[in-house]
Design a protein around this ligand. Structure first.
Ligand code: URA
Length: 429
């Protein structure tokens, strides 16, 4: 078999066999297939697409390219959630303890921030003492005791995806449906959970810009999960504007804790309850209605908050009451006009938070955990001239000018009241 022939076959629109896909993945991971051929392969897939069978084969080949996590000791109770990435998306911090408080086993791996989107592992590291790299024994002991652990991705999980994702990032081949679906699902399959719920974000701050594209991606991923014997569902949610009001690591943990105390912003709570409902209903086999009541009750009764505190303490948090370092400087963004906000572009707001220090511009950058933005107003809200639209937080005073410019560029105003878009478009099962 030759990589040249595989690239040519895909370029000309034919479907690849399982053997050809396995040959590519194995060769790319062991270094016998060079980056330039892998780039050409990704571009051929970008233009020619893949059949469902090819996408499933690519997913399985990547899932088995390295270590896999064995969660079989938890039977069918293990559950995982995955977000395709957004701004202000702190749902794991809320959904995981809700579900664990109801008996689901949340043994989870999460990622760091990427570009304008934040990552759960960075957020958790804003909690003093929290350890995101447990050994396998520590991980399993904690899950057995508390029903919940969240760690960073281990060294050799899906090495094929790690290499391919980095390559796609610099060859303009990230936004290909079969490549995204196989990248995400290979990691979920390797991470071992029996129940998988995907939060497929849709809008300006997401890979998928329209509900139709998001549904196509969700449908492919759900099919792959089911084909591999996992209960899989996807919730398509709005990412035309940030989720909740806080963006930035420590600020997001604090907002997540508000929701866990059954307060906090309604949009964030609604998305979290929708995701938790899918996880609980698929893991416990209850109806959606019953699962929805259970998840709401977990927030109201304080069970979810207690589980969150049990979790973070088990994983190293040193304080009994969590407190967070405040940013050295703050800066209010003031409205210069009267009207309604008709658009608050999530990607641009995410970039503004990165400028303040909440994310990395280069891989080796360190994060300012206290940096970020608290929104007072966002899409559909009315503003008057002189209102504080948002407050910026940073330890670098010099970042405010460019962060504010970027932030204001994300907003569009109108005299007319806009209609609100749905927060949750649909559930794919
Ligand atoms: N997230 C992933 O893990 N992979 C992709 O390809 C896109 C988003």
């Amino acid at each position: 078999m030759r990589m040249y022939d595989i690239i040519k076959k895909k370029r000309d629109g034919s479907a690849l066999s399982k053997e050809e896909i396995d040959f590519f993945i194995k060769g790319y991971v062991d270094g016998s297939i060079p980056d330039y051929q892998a780039s050409a392969f990704c571009m051929a897939v970008f233009y020619s697409g893949m059949t469902e069978e090819e996408t499933a084969n690519l997913t399985l080949s990547m899932a088995h390219s390295g270590d896999t996590v064995d969660l079989s000791r938890f039977g069918t109770l293990s559950a995982d959630k995955h977000s395709t990435g957004g701004v202000g998306d702190k749902t794991t911090l809320i959904v995981a303890p809700i579900c664990a408080s109801l008996g689901c086993v949340m043994a989870k791996m999460s990622g760091r921030g990427l570009g304008h989107t934040g990552g759960t592992i960075d957020k958790l590291e804003s909690i003093e003492g929290f350890n995101t790299s447990l050994s396998p024994d520590e991980f399993f002991n904690q899950v057995e005791k508390t029903g919940i652990a969240v760690v960073g991705q281990t060294g050799n999980l899906t090495p094929a995806d790690k290499k391919l994702y980095a390559l796609r990032d610099v060859t303009a081949t990230v936004d290909s449906l079969p490549l995204i679906a196989s990248s995400i699902m290979s990691k979920k399959l390797a991470a071992g959970a029996h129940n998988i719920v995907l939060d497929v974000k849709c809008g300006s701050g997401a890979f998928m810009k329209t509900p139709e594209d998001a549904e196509a991606l969700a449908t492919d991923m759900v099919k792959i999960g089911k084909m591999c014997g996992r209960n899989t569902a996807a919730v398509i949610t709005n990412m035309n504007r940030p989720l909740g009001n806080n963006i930035g690591n420590a600020l997001e943990v604090q907002e997540a804790m508000d929701v866990l105390k059954n307060s906090g912003p309604e949009d964030l709570k609604e998305v979290c309850l929708a995701l938790a409902t899918e996880i609980v209903s698929s893991t416990k086999g209850t109806s959606r209605e019953e699962a929805s009541n259970l998840t709401k009750d977990s927030l109201k009764s304080g069970k979810a908050y207690d589980k969150f505190m049990e979790w973070v303490k088990a994983q190293g948090a040193t304080q009994n009451e969590l407190s967070f370092k405040k940013a050295d400087y703050t800066h209010d963004v003031i409205s210069e006009t009267d009207g309604y906000i008709v658009s608050s572009d999530a990607e641009k707001i995410g970039i503004s938070a990165v400028i303040l220090g909440a994310g990395r511009e280069k891989k080796e950058d360190t994060i300012d955990m206290s940096a970020g933005i608290i929104l007072n107003k966002k899409t559909v809200d009315k503003v008057n001239k002189g209102d504080v639209i948002a407050t910026l937080y940073s330890c670098n005073k010099n970042s405010f000018e460019s962060a504010e410019k970027q932030f204001l560029d994300a907003l569009e105003f109108s005299e007319n009241e806009p209609t609100n878009e749905p927060l949750i478009y649909t559930v794919v099962k």
